[in-house]
Structures are given as C-alpha cells and as structure tokens.
Design a protein around this ligand. Structure first.
Ligand code: AHR
Length: 506
C-alpha cells in the first residue's frame, strides 16, 4: 500500500497576502547575463536597442515584478557613472569581483529600458564596498530627483527627462564576506549603512531600503552580524537581506531535498533577530525580509575556477552557467513553498539569477533561440498561481531521516487562495525519493471545489537536464486527482513537483 499523507487547509487560517515581489529575480553584470544574454546587438533575434526579444518573452512568461541590479559582488567595485552618457565615451574597467572586463555598454539607462520591456521594476544596489554615502546619494539623485540639479539635469541630457523613480535600494551586497571588495566588520558596515540610508531618505523619503544581512546561514558571524548591523540601520531600513544557495555536491538526493528545511530555519531565525532588535529599540516598525538571492548553485564551480585561473580578464566569460537537473527543479519548488509559507515576513525574494548566470533562461553562445532550464517551471507555476492569500497548509505525513537532517516530512506544501477568481492552488512536493504518496486534502470552509488541473514535473532520471531545443524536463497534466465535497484525493509520484488547481463552486 502506498504511503498516506494528509493536508488540512482552512479558508480562515491565513498566513498573509502574498507580496508579488517574492517572484522577483536578479541580474548582475557578470558573465553572459547582460552581454551575450539579454543584450546582443546585431543578433537577428534582438530589437532596435539590442535586447533579445526571445529572452524578454521568456522573462515575461515568468512574470517577474522586480529585478535586482547590477550586483551582487560586482556592485562593490562599480562606478555607476561609467555606464551613462555616449557609448563611445564609456570606459572599459577591470571587474575585480569576477576577474572580467566590464565594457559598460549597458548601464542604468539601458537596463531600466530592458526591465520595462520585461514588465518589471528595478531594485537597485549601491556600492558600499569601494564607495560610500556621497556616491550612493549621487546615484539616487541622478535616478529619482525630478530635475533642476546638476545630476538630475545630466540624466535629462542623457535622454531621460522623467525620473527612473526606483523604489527599492539595497545598501551594498554581502558586506560580511571576505570575498567582497571592501568587506566590513559589523560595526563598520552598520554605521556606514545607517548614515547612507539616512542621507538617501533625505533625498527621496518614498524609497525602501534593504540592510545587508549575513551572506548565508553558514557564515560564522550569523546571526550576530544581522542583529548588530540592524541595530544601527533599524531607524532607516525597511528590510534585511538573506542569501542562500544549495548544492548537491555529495550526490545524496534525499538529503539534498531536505535542504528546504534549512531555509525555513534560516527565515525563522532572521525573523527572530528582527523582532529582537525591534523590542530592544522599543520600536514600532517591523523589519521584513528581502530574500534577494536564492537558488541552487554548484554545477559550474569547478569550471569557473579553472577559467578564472587560466583565462582571466575576458569580456562576458561564460561564468556560473549551471545546467540544472530535474532534482534541482524539485528543490527550487520546495524553496518557493518555503517562501510562500513565510509570506507574512518575506516580502521580497529574488531568484538568483535570471539569464545565463545560474539562471532559468539560457542563450547559446553562437546563435540559436533562448531555452528554458528545468528550474524555469516551478518558478513559472508559483508566479502564475501563487498570488493571493497564503493559507496555512497543515501537513501530516510520515517522516524520514537523511544523512544530515532529521524528521524530514515526506511532503511539503503551500496553499494560495485567490479571491477574485475563487481559485485555490496547492503546491506540493513529494520529496520521498523512493515512494509515491497518496494525499488526502481536507479543504475546510471551501465548500464544494472543482478540480481544474493537476500539473506535475517529474522524471525517471533525477539528473535529466534541458538544453537548446531539448526540453526533456517539462510539466504535463495528469489525471491523478479528484475533488468532491471539499475533499481532494491525489497521487503524488516519488520525487515530484505538483500544482493542484481547484475552483470553489460556492
Ligand atoms: O549570484 C552570484 C553571487 O552570489 C553574487 O554576486 C553574490 O552576491 C553571491 O555571493
């Protein structure tokens, strides 16, 4: 007999409205993300500005509301002024973060135009590595001030009279990491970020600011860094950042799929830190979470080390070009479920990244159309059907232990209800790598529901990948669910991503 699992979803047990910005993404001036990725002048697939139309189409499919830019590690050595003005005058620079040459052909104007075409807003990061308050303020004035000052008038002269009106700003990137150019101690960063934030809000009080949290949960200074820096930035910042990438270097699929539990624990800890600082400050404001880098990243690391060692200082080198497997897509699905289950505090999240660099969308080096990686699909489903009210999905199922994790539930799930269309979507991953699970979902207070569809991403070969013109891993609809009188019955294949969509009839 197959394993059994039960989920209870009650219409009145709400987590929060899902902030659509949790379906954000990230583009860094790194590798072939911008050049040879979204920007390829001269390619027949590009538009008059040099932007790949097929890439824009795929990004639009993902419906990404906000895109973080221009880094990442890159931003900590970036001079934003290099990317404005006539193309012929833009300098080529060494990018120390990625040992590459940055041509600055794409800067703030071009990227803002691309994000608009992609249907997204810009989320900008300022350089707090090699630079400070003055340059951050100058960039903000250039971007958001209406006019009548040297910098805002310079923007007009460069063809953009209306302000870019960028609402979200990151106060540096991963400033705790010793790989970061100009990395800092907690006190150094806390003071600099607080004063930068204070000045930036004087220029434009409508902006929202993200204070740098730890670079990942495994940092030796986590969570002290988060607490100490937030004590400095609390009055001026609105969010704290979290970053996390997972890998399956051990090639242990059961343990790999348990890693979403670490992400859950990470979020809980950072929420506790934010609330501790709030209490300590006797504050009224709640600091929320911007999980502005998350994904799987490991496939390309060896190749990148080799490239950096043997052929540094190239323009647009093929760095961080992870080719994702089916099992990676399942973990990405679990990470999305985790974000949804913390919709009360995670208000922004960025899948890192978007094009070519650890990305759902890839372009080929020598022509050919863009193609979709395996991880494209869970993100696409969550972004399409995961908007509305996140409801608590109470899961009761068997648990298993893995090499590094205990009490791992066989299934994980999130539920989102959309009032306008009366649609309820259950996202469910069966992370048992050997056994199918029969699911019974008690949809309390939902009345009678009609099954719209049961979409799955599944594959006999967990290492299966996609490639140019080859979509081996793609979703399909299955007849493994039925709904009657508020009870849903489904069969969840071992190691699978499931999207079960229902329509409320009453
Ligand atoms: O996304 C790739 C890199 O990962 C980013 O530049 C950095 O912020 C993180 O360490």
């Amino acid at each position: 007999m197959a394993k059994q699992a039960r989920i209870v979803v009650d219409r009145d047990f709400k987590i929060a409205e899902v902030d659509p910005r949790i379906y954000g993404s990230f583009v860094e001036q790194l590798g072939r993300a911008v050049y040879d990725g979204l920007y390829q002048p001269g390619n027949p697939l590009s538009d008059e500005e040099g932007f790949r139309k097929d890439v824009i189409e795929m990004v639009r499919e993902l419906n990404v509301p906000v895109i973080r830019y221009p880094g990442g590690n890159f931003v900590s050595g970036y001079r934003w002024e290099d990317g404005i003005g006539p193309l012929a005058d833009r300098p080529k620079r060494l990018d120390l973060a990625w040992k590459s040459i940055e041509t600055n052909e794409v800067g703030i104007h071009e990227f803002a135009s691309w994000t608009k075409k992609a249907g997204a807003d810009l989320m900008m990061a300022v350089n707090l590595g090699t630079r400070g308050i003055e340059e951050a303020c100058a960039l903000l004035e250039y971007c958001n001030h209406p006019g009548g000052t040297a910098l805002s008038d310079l923007r007009s002269r460069h063809g953009r009279k209306e302000p870019f009106d960028i609402k979200m700003w990151c106060l540096g990137n991963e400033m705790d990491g010793d790989w970061q150019i100009g990395h800092k101690t907690m006190e150094e960063y806390g003071r600099l970020a607080a004063e930068t934030a204070r000045a930036m809000k004087m220029i434009d009080p409508s902006i929202e600011l993200v204070s740098c949290g730890s670079s990942y949960r495994g940092m030796p200074t986590f969570p002290e860094w988060d607490a100490v820096t937030l004590e400095h930035t609390y009055d001026h910042a609105d969010y704290i950042s979290l970053h996390q990438y997972y890998d399956n270097e051990a090639d242990d699929p059961a343990d790999y799929l348990a890693k979403a539990d670490d992400m859950d624990e990470y979020i809980r800890t950072v929420v506790a830190v934010c609330d501790y600082v709030k209490a300590k400050k006797r504050g009224r404001k709640t600091i929320n979470l911007s999980f502005d880098e998350w994904n799987v990243w490991f496939h390309s690391k060896e190749q990148d080390d080799k490239l950096n060692k043997e052929r540094p200082w190239q323009q647009a080198p093929p760095l961080l070009e992870d080719i994702y497997t089916f099992e990676d897509a399942v973990l990405v699905g679990e990470m999305l479920i985790t974000l949804l289950n913390h919709a009360d505090r995670v208000k922004v999240a960025c899948l890192a990244q978007l094009v070519n660099v650890i990305a759902p969308v890839m372009t080929e080096k020598n022509g050919g159309k863009a193609w979709k990686q395996t991880i494209f699909y869970p993100f696409f489903h969550a972004s399409a059907y995961g908007r509305g009210t996140a409801l608590r999905a109470e899961v009761c199922c068997e648990k298993h232990d893995t090499s590094e994790h205990e009490d791992v539930t066989d299934i994980v799930s999130a539920a989102v209800y959309k009032e306008e269309s009366k649609e309820l979507t259950l996202f469910v991953v069966n992370r048992n790598i050997e056994e199918d699970v029969e699911l019974t979902a008690d949809l309390r207070g939902m009345g009678n529901c009609r099954l719209l569809e049961h979409i799955v991403l599944e594959c006999g070969d967990r290492k299966c990948t996609n490639g140019p013109g080859q979509e081996r891993v793609r979703p399909c609809n299955v007849s493994r669910s039925s709904a009657d009188q508020g009870i849903l019955q489904s069969l969840l294949r071992r190691m699978s991503w499931n999207v079960i969509r229902l329509k409320l009839e009453s």
